[in-house]
Design a protein around this ligand. Sequence first.
Ligand code: GAL
Length: 655
Amino acid sequence: MTIEAQKLGVCYYPEHWPETVWADDARKMVDLGLKQVRIGEFAWSRIEPDPGRLEWDWLDRSIETLGQAGLEVMLGTPTATPPKWLIDQHPDILAHDAQGRPRQFGSRRHYCFSSQVYRTEAARIVELVAERYGGHDAVTSWQTDNEYGCHDTVRSYSPAAKRAFRVWLNERYGSIADLNTAWGTVFWSQEYRDFDEVDLPNLTVTEPHPSHVLDFYRFSSDQVVAFNRMQTQIIRKHAPGCDIVHNYMGFYFNFDHFEVAKDLDGVGWDSYPLGFLDVENFSDDDKQKYMRRGHPDFAGFFHDLYRGCGRGRWQILEQQPGPVNWAPHNPAPETGMVRLWALEGFAHGAEVVNFFRWRQAPFAQEQMHAGLERPNHSPALGFDEARRASEDLANLVPETDPQQATIAIVFSYEACWLYEAQPQGAGWSYTGLAFDWYSALRAFGVNVDFISPAMSHDGYALVIVPSLPIVESAFLEQIKDGTRTYLFGPRSGSKTLSLQIPDGLAPGLLKDLLPLTVSHVESFPPFHREQGRFSGTSVEGRLWFEHVISELEPIAETPNGEGLLYETAQIVYAATVPGPAFLEQIMRHVLTKAELAANKLPDDVRIRQNGDLVYAFNYGDKAILLPEETTPNSEAFVIGGRRVPPAGVSVWRTY
Ligand code: GAL
């Protein structure tokens, strides 16, 4: 990324508005300081109203109009919305839900990733669009499809998926005997004689075989990778040199975002802090407290995770501008938050922040979703905030390149699927654990990177592994060089690749470096607290508890001497899910062990450094004075000062 690349943009649907307003809209976008406009991702029925009859004129003219106004166009491929005629011609394009029912036309994302007909049709429309606009001066970047997986669309239980799954299994195992051994199908007489006997793991009498489920989830993720790759290969042929991105979502884990990103030039994601606060598993207290501001770590978590997936290159492709329509409740952001969220994107290294959408649609499913403008073209609440963000941006050009963080969190999509296949405790949540551990670290004001289990640990002083059930030897080798501190969470090393208990019990291969054995485990209901002591204070574990046999003396233990936390010279291991106060102590402990600063920020403040710029954000409802030891004297501030108002932002340079 070049640092001049920081831009604001907006999502626009020319097909929703009369052509007579396009030029005026484009002019207003430019006046507002917007540089990018993202279009086209749902426009198939207008591009090809009848089979083979292509209507390019309107799209030609809208791209021309936007381009002439000085906007860079990001063009989306329209494959998230196959038109009605195509579905009627090939109803087998439809995905099937876990009850085996086709998911019908009438909204969007009504396709199965395994449908061969749909692969062919999607490739055809992508080729047509890319051929026509690949060389267009105004079209500077591309988006594949829209939000893979939105509305729970990655896992399909269709006949097409069943056929493709059998082929996938055959490629993975080579022989049915190997599959039977890997899964352990002798249990309950589940043995297969041929790959063609293997069905999808739905509609079973009681829980399906967990190894079968895990492989189905792996397969479903691979189908997304292949579908996306098909599109990027076509676009690259016609639009060499243009960036290709896809828009990921918050709290969505059903495909491997690291793998999909390998075919992209960067990752995009759609950030809706208020919508996600309501739909996700936050406490009622947090839902009340942050109702109009969002959780302080929601956006940061995904900014950092997707920056990792995108190998440093990422954008916000959709930013919440006002109330959304899709959460159970849809409050409006507090004044200042739309600007804050946009600037926070740049603090985490975004190249572009696009507001969703230019103007609220007066019709259809999203008519209650705000835009920067109201349906009558008057400015909505996000409009002036977008202008402020664009004025701020002029002062926010970093003078040095973004730096690698000193701390990495290892995040594993495979772990998400494995624990979904075998939770062993209703309260256990791997993604919740990863979020809480990230949040606890960020409360110390540190930059955090995310890496996949396959990525290098080089350059990090501290590597945090909330849980990694499958530890492979290459991962172990990286730890063995002995130069970093590691923190592992419970259930690490507890399974083999095919979801069996490893020989010698958990933590499996980690035992080479971590001399302990998990003899047995318990999971608890959410109200239970497992009491213990750490460094002279009372602490508690929740949800999960491992009984450990080891010669190591635990550094935190229960009243009857069972370990909650173990330590070697290099590794700290938590045998439970630490409660919030315990977690804070553990983070302080590992930061100190890794010789990193461990200064807790005031509540609700988040800090991020990008190049030589340090940003502070106040997610609280009261003004906050930044601590003297972390802030410079007044000349260094480029925005705000030591006192940060509620929903406010301060930025300074480190010289
Ligand atoms: C996203 C989607 C957009 C729009 C938006 C509304 O999930 O990509 O098309 O639906 O949500 O918040």
